[in-house]
Design a protein around this ligand. Structure first.
Ligand SMILES: Nc1ncnc2c1ncn2[C@@H]1O[C@H](COP(=O)(O)OP(=O)(O)OP(=O)(O)O)[C@@H](O)[C@H]1O
Length: 805
């Protein structure tokens, strides 16, 4: 009653205001309880009736808190408050304080509980699995015994430190040297497929100028002798990487030349390189089609090999038409038995055009790709076991597994705690110097990559060298100024420098190339935040950890992502973030024995990561530390700090803030309207980025393939909770139909084939797709994108078609 500020006149009569309660002692607690109850009942019966005489006026107590307005928010909070809180959870927080940035709503209440029983962590001393993608033993196999020229075998052993082949190389090299059949190479990630197809090509081109014993036969082969092989790959990064590997191999045959034609680079310089002569060309499909149409000097009459690396990926990226055109054009050009100089090519090169398709996984679209490009292809596996497994399950995606030595685990993290858990995981990962050198974080879309890079990087300006320091001649690399930065939060006293990188397809090509180079060559511990653009083929040997912060859109993409670690027999770890609820079921897809992918509760990760205080970047909000510095209060403080960073207005003068922001009650009482920030308030770039990232993330979530939507169900997403993972205090609007500010769970956008639904799918796609569409000009890219979009709206059961990184 006091809280209402209402006064009712009661006649209290002569009865004492509060009757002294009788105290019972002795007996059991049950007996005392009963006695108390009976006494209370008896007291109630003798209560006098109220009299109508006025009581003396009670003076108004000014110290009494003013009652807060009843708002919808408060009702929600009160409802929420009924949910039992844990001992360590934060106290009830009024909504106005949350909105003004003073405090944050609790991280630890109202979270859905994990369904799965958590597994015991595997014992540390458990014997690690034997690597399944490592080179074979030198005693058993070497490149010479596979039929390679001694010169090449020695070069591999001495210059590239590759003494023995891997299993897929052992099975592929003799086949492609001796036989002219098409081939389909399928082996685990990191098993050396690139060299498996490159080495036989190089061997056979070298054979044009060598006798059988490897001595020169007097025939000169040079860059103008003809274009003998074209290698297609889905991304520019992958093309460049293949070119680097090939250039290294060709150092033992320097008369042969390879080159690339990829999107995003000057077509003019590509043309001039083609004019000078190339023997092996590496290309993205779009740019190659462009050159085939417009560059006269590109003659495919001598081409004997067409390699489709990551062929299934090219199909899903909408390159089907380009591949058809390339295959059609090459086949239409009659195979020339000799080159323009009269050199007999059939002597050493295949007598027919050979197509090689390769991937660690094959989606269903591979059948179509096979129809387009392969004729009676030989299926080459790395091992007999893989072949048997494949025969058992058929060519379905379930047959593809990660390297045996790769340790996978899942963390079940409620949406609200995702960002804090990610920071805790990274902090624990880099706590010990040298334990992890490089980590890759996969995120669903480019906007979200940008946001996470911004929030995790150190916002402090880079220190300038003192003016009396000797001037350095090294120019700053302008391409990586916005994509490489020291990290905040995740450094530790032992490991003071962790370098953060971001990479996605919306960045300009020179920036992409420079960033990837910086990550690959970084000598300090480094983190790459990226989209699926980095999931295929990328080979950075020192990657020890892959974090799938957002699960892949289709299972084969998961296999490729985690395959960025544990390459060529090295060890590696992969951690997948899943939400409690249906997503937990996804674990069953990850391995035939789900127990081999242990489930961890987020609590243990956060507890470990936040065991010590987090170093907050200088110049950022420092939340008041709570008395109890438990891991939960550290997590709450970290979340509050992150949210405050989004709310900070960098341009506003300090006195532009309202009193409440500084932590004082606003003038005129708590329910006065002075909580409003000044009209001219600008939003911080981080807040804008967080909102954009949230929207794109939610849209991207809708594109999980149909078969996996039972795990990634839009209707189970709690938008308000998810917003917190982006440092937001409420879910922003503008995601699409079915969303309203107060709706907690997402209502999936309609999936019409045309009209609003299709439009929305299209716009959502354009927000989070970020690659690539490989090469070609802008118009062609747009066309390809439009074709992919049309497909998307027509057939949402194959959303993986659009997860273009
Ligand atoms: N015979 C070998 N001995 C030692 N290392 C090798 C050998 N062959 C390849 N490697 C190394 O193995 C790593 C992986 O090779 P590669 O990139 O060809 O794998 P991949 O099977 O194509 O993987 P993905 O499917 O992920 O593209 C590279 O760093 C490469 O240098």
């Amino acid at each position: 009653m006091a809280d209402d500020g209402i006064f009712v006149n009661f006649d209290l009569g002569d009865a004492p205001l509060v009757r002294k309660q009788q105290k019972f002692t002795g007996g059991t607690w049950r007996e005392r309880n009963k006695a108390n109850r009976l006494a209370k009942e008896a007291q109630a019966q003798v209560q006098p009736a109220p009299s109508s005489t006025k009581p003396p006026r009670v003076p108004y107590d000014l110290s009494r808190p003013v009652k807060r307005l009843r708002t919808d928010d408060r009702v929600a909070e009160q409802r929420q408050a009924k949910i039992p809180r844990t001992a360590e959870s934060a106290p009830y927080v009024p909504s106005h304080a949350i909105k003004t940035g003073l405090v944050s709503s609790s991280l630890f209440t109202s979270n859905p509980q994990a369904i799965t029983k958590f597994d015991e962590p595997p014992p540390e001393e458990a014997e690690p699995a034997k690597p399944s993608n490592a080179p074979l033993s030198e005693e058993a196999e070497n490149f010479r015994s596979l039929g390679m020229w001694t010169r090449v075998a020695q070069h591999l052993a001495t210059k590239l430190e590759m003494k023995a082949p891997t299993a897929i190389q052992k099975n592929t090299i003799p086949q492609l040297i001796k036989d002219d059949s098409d081939a389909f190479l399928q082996a685990e990630t990191g098993s050396g497929k690139t060299l498996a197809y490159l080495l036989p090509i190089v061997h056979r081109i070298m054979a044009l100028s060598l006798n059988e014993d490897g001595t020169p036969n007097g025939i000169k082969v040079h860059r103008n002798s003809g274009l003998f092989a074209i290698i297609l790959a889905p991304t520019r990064e992958l093309c460049k990487q293949i070119a680097v590997v090939l250039e290294k191999v060709l150092r033992c045959a320097p008369w042969l030349v390879c080159s690339t034609v990829i999107g995003g680079e000057s077509k003019k310089s590509e043309k001039s390189r083609l004019r000078k002569g190339v023997n092996i060309l590496i290309a993205t499909p779009g740019r190659l089609t462009d050159h085939l149409d417009n560059t006269e000097v590109l003659n495919v009459g001598t081409v004997r090999w067409l390699v489709l690396d990551e062929g299934d990926r090219m199909m899903e990226m909408g390159f089907e038409d380009d591949i058809r055109r390339i295959v059609g054009k090459i086949r239409a050009d009659k195979l020339a038995p000799t080159n323009e100089e009269g050199l007999v090519l059939d002597k050493a090169l295949p007598k027919r055009r050979v197509t090689v398709l390769c991937s660690a996984t094959m989606k269903m679209n591979v059948q179509k790709l096979g129809e387009i490009s392969l004729e009676e292809a030989v299926h080459i596996h790395a091992s007999k076991a893989e072949m048997e497994k494949d025969a058992e399950v058929g060519s379905t995606e379930a047959a593809f597994t990660a390297p045996a030595q790769l340790k996978q685990s899942c963390i079940i993290v409620p949406a609200k705690l995702r960002l804090v858990t990610l920071i805790a995981l990274l902090k624990a990962t880099f706590a010990r110097k040298g334990s992890v050198m490089k980590a890759i974080i996969f995120i669903s879309c480019a906007d979200s990559v940008d946001f996470h890079y911004e929030i995790l990087k150190d916002p402090a300006p880079i220190e300038q060298p003192p003016s009396d320091a000797p001037p350095t001649n090294t120019k700053p690399n302008i391409h990586i100024e916005t994509t490489v930065s020291p990290a905040a939060y995740i450094t530790s006293p032992a490991n003071t420098k962790v370098v953060l990188h971001r990479l996605h397809g919306s960045l300009a090509q020179p920036v992409r190339s420079a960033t990837l180079k910086a990550f690959t060559e970084c000598k300090d511990p480094a983190v790459l935040i990226t989209t699926d653009i980095s999931s295929r083929g990328l080979d950075v040997p020192a990657v020890d950890l892959v974090i799938e912060y957002d699960p892949a859109f289709a299972f084969p993409d998961h296999v490729h992502r985690i395959g960025r670690t544990a390459r060529a027999g090295r060890s590696g770890k992969a951690v997948l973030f899943l939400l409690p609820g249906p997503e937990e079921g996804y674990r069953n897809l990850l391995s035939s024995d789900p127990k081999s992918v242990p489930m961890e509760p987020y609590e243990s990760v956060v507890q470990k990561g936040l065991a010590a205080a987090v170093n907050l970047p200088t110049g950022t909000p420092v939340p008041a530390t709570t008395e109890k510095q438990t891991w939960t209060s550290r997590a709450e403080a970290l979340q509050l700090h992150l949210e405050q960073r989004l709310l900070a207005n960098p341009d506003a003068p300090a006195d532009g803030e309202t009193d409440s922001v500084k932590g004082k009650p606003a003038k005129g009482g708590a329910n006065a309207k002075t909580h409003k920030r000044p009209q001219e308030k600008k939003e911080s770039p981080l807040l804008v980025s967080g909102r954009q990232a949230f929207r794109s993330h939610i849209r991207a979530y809708a594109t999980h393939i149909k078969d996996e939507r039972q795990y990634f169900n839009m209707e189970e997403l709690h938008l308000g909770h998810m917003a917190k993972a982006f440092g937001l205090r409420e879910a922003p609007g503008g995601i699409g139909s079915g969303i309203s500010r107060r709706t907690h769970k997402f209502t999936a956008p309609s999936r019409q084939k045309s009209g609003a639904g299709a439009k929305q799918a299209s716009s959502s796609r354009s927000k989070f797709d970020d690659d690539e569409f490989g090469g070609g000009n802008d118009d062609e890219n747009k066309k390809r994108m439009a074709a992919a979009m049309a497909k998307m709206s027509m057939n949402m059961n194959s959303a993986s078609e659009y997860n273009i990184g």
